[in-house]
Design a protein around this ligand. Structure first.
Ligand code: MLT
Length: 385
């Protein structure tokens, strides 16, 4: 075979971050089968699905035994889009269901969005979810990094952008640092985007971890429907990492038409069963279950915060986010320290450098774990510092 392959792959790190960490953890486990590794690495949920979603799935399966539900509409069933619209109304934000596109999770949409862009400067937070940069590099877009560092509270502001007509990725509460923008800060971003004809891509995957009076959607900011696209997920809130449902909101006509065309070409909808589960997760009962789950993970985060303080480890996050961002001791790179934690204390974390160059010197701990695991980690932390 002599085909030419996409040279843009050469611009990506050799391995995807979570594939590399999974490999190192599994290699360690193979050579040390007697040691129990506590996993606080990838942000995958550990609590089972809520009862409301399960019941809806069971009903949907029975229905499918009686009636045919073939290809789902590309942008999602109306029943789910209407539930999503109502979810926004809880925040006093009007999002017509025609703006909503149901997806099989935020990652796919975040990865696919670059299909829509011509030649624009792309700005991503660094450290940030690796998909923002990787997907744009694969599409041969020029990517600029906005440093999310201690000096700016790990939250880059518009001063970090030096172009007009930029495409700017934001995530709040931020993965991986666990910090979150205030309403005022989000309004500054929206004002900036409008003044500079830029587009904000707002990754809202961790919204459920925010306190009630904090922003729960970019569309709470005035004018955001002119300049923002929002990507949502039920993975971390309703525990849908294995079910796969999310949604994206495209308020601007031109982008929405392109996205609809793109989806018609490359996407074939989300299963009826999953969409019924998502509808249930967004009902009053479903939202109450989401609150219970996020409260559990936030209690884990509080225990980790306390243990880090006891060990004099500087850190951010863990208050309105399942992630804690801790400084590794001097003399270590974040990958060295990741290996060290695994070897010395059997704690699996995620090295900060995997989220970008400004993540060097840091490590992410995830509170998506059982209470037992988190308690064990709190007891073992001293071995690493
Ligand atoms: C993470 O752990 O940062 C992500 O949630 C993993 C993912 O969603 O791909």
């Amino acid at each position: 075979m002599k085909i030419r392959t996409n040279r843009a792959f050469e611009n990506l790190p050799k391995n995807y971050l979570f594939s590399e960490t999974a490999k190192r953890i599994s290699d360690y486990e193979k050579t040390n089968p007697e040691r129990k590794v506590c996993r606080l690495g990838i942000g995958d949920v550990v609590l089972p699905l809520g009862k409301t979603a399960i019941k809806a799935m069971q009903t949907a399966i029975s229905e499918m035994g009686k009636t045919v539900h073939g290809y789902a509409p590309e942008s999602g069933y109306d029943f789910l889009k209407e539930s999503i619209s109502r979810w926004y109304l809880r925040r006093k934000v009007e999002i017509p269901s025609e703006w909503i596109f149901v997806s099989d999770g935020a990652k796919n949409d975040l990865g696919a969005l670059s299909d829509l862009f011509g030649k624009n400067p792309i700005y991503v937070p660094d450290p940030g979810y690796p998909v923002y940069a990787d997907a744009n590099l694969l599409g041969n877009h020029r990517v600029y990094r906005m440093a999310a560092v201690k000096e700016n509270g790990f939250l880059p502001m518009p001063q970090a952008v030096h172009h007009k007509r930029a495409i700017i990725y934001l995530c709040s509460p931020h993965n991986p640092t666990g910090t979150a923008y205030t309403k005022k800060q989000l309004q500054s971003w929206v004002n900036f985007a409008r003044e500079t004809d830029s587009l904000l891509i707002f990754d809202n995957a961790y919204e459920a971890f925010q306190p009630e009076d904090s922003p729960h959607t970019i569309f709470e900011a005035d004018g955001a429907t002119e300049c923002a696209v929002e990507i949502n997920s039920l993975s971390k809130s309703a525990g849908f990492t294995g079910v796969r449902v999310g949604w994206s909101v495209f308020p601007q006509n031109a982008l929405r038409l392109l996205w609809a065309r793109r989806q018609a070409c490359k996407h074939n909808g989300v299963s009826y069963i999953s969409q019924r589960a998502a509808q249930a997760a967004l009902s009053e009962e479903g939202i109450a279950e989401i609150r219970e789950h996020t409260a559990y993970y936030l209690e884990n985060a509080a225990l980790l915060r306390e243990a880090l303080r006891d060990n004099d480890v500087p850190f951010a996050g863990g208050v309105c986010s399942p992630y804690l961002w801790l400084q590794v001791p001097e003399g270590y790179t974040s990958w060295d320290f990741f290996d060290q934690m695994l070897r010395k204390a059997q704690i699996a974390a995620t090295p900060g450098a995997g989220f970008g160059k400004y993540g060097e010197g840091y490590l992410r701990l995830s509170a998506f774990a059982s209470r037992e695991t988190v308690t064990e980690v709190c007891h073992r932390l001293w071995k690493c510092f």
